[in-house]
Ligand binder design. Sequence first.
Ligand code: PMP
Length: 308
Amino acid sequence: FADRDGVIWFDGELVPWRDARVHVLTHTLHYGMGVFEGVRAYDAGDNGACIFRLQEHTQRLQRSAKIMNMPLPYSEEELNEAQRMVVRENGLKEGYLRPMAFYGSEGMGLRADALKTHVIVAAWEWPSYMSPEAIELGIKVNTSSYTRHHVNISMTKAKANGQYINSMLALQEAIRNGCDEALLLDPEGYVAEGSGENVFVVSNGVIYTPELTSCLDGITRQTVIRLAEECGYQVREKRITRDEVYVADEAFFTGTAAEVLPIRSLDGRTIGEGRRGPITTRLQSMYFDVVRGRSEHHLEWLTPVEDE
Ligand code: PMP
């Protein structure tokens, strides 16, 4: 992945992809204290490539840094510009963006004083995270044997690098079990989220999703709640148990990478008809229209990468 053409925004400058390097004593590489985002740009027809909910992603990066006590050396505007620039300069029509702030190699102590915060933004083509069958039929999920983070151990509102050890363990276990994704429970045993997605269930026409206590405040989650409410659906945030998911009519994940992804089964129990349900279908298709500017609603969520 390192040996390819293109440019990466690195501490305020565009550098050739192959030259965007760090030292082996990079602090974040050792202890995982860093913050990042996953952002997407879509081909929005006449508006060209547009970044979806850029401001919200940048603001979450800033909040993550604040939680982790990392000083961010760039303003919100500079970070937004950097993201527009990498999509534009790499000639991408659609793509995935990875802004990340990490500590440099100025020292190895846990005190983390006198460390410099470095920031990169990379962008690359990433057509679809899931296969067309998965988007339509849904994926197989298992409840993870790994618990999601406790709010007072690593905190859950920061999209911090080290948090993803837990996600990777859960995802690898799910794949070993013949599933596509994991559902993680919070330390009290209630449904939290997927390895990189928020989760929703539909029962009797009402849409439910866990409260934010031990999951990430997903921007796709916010988007889907808004779209669902605008369609007149009731959306309730509440504690959800794994057996409520077993007997739900529909279930789906949301995330920048996963978009709106139906869940076909959990722990071998078929959910609903075992394929994408009607409410999931409607929300998924609205989501795809909104991100690509095919709907006149919420054009304010799209930021063109080209200057007007
Ligand atoms: N939960 C976790 C743990 C995630 O990594 C992600 C992906 N960022 C999400 C939820 C979904 O967040 P978003 O919709 O902002 O991508």
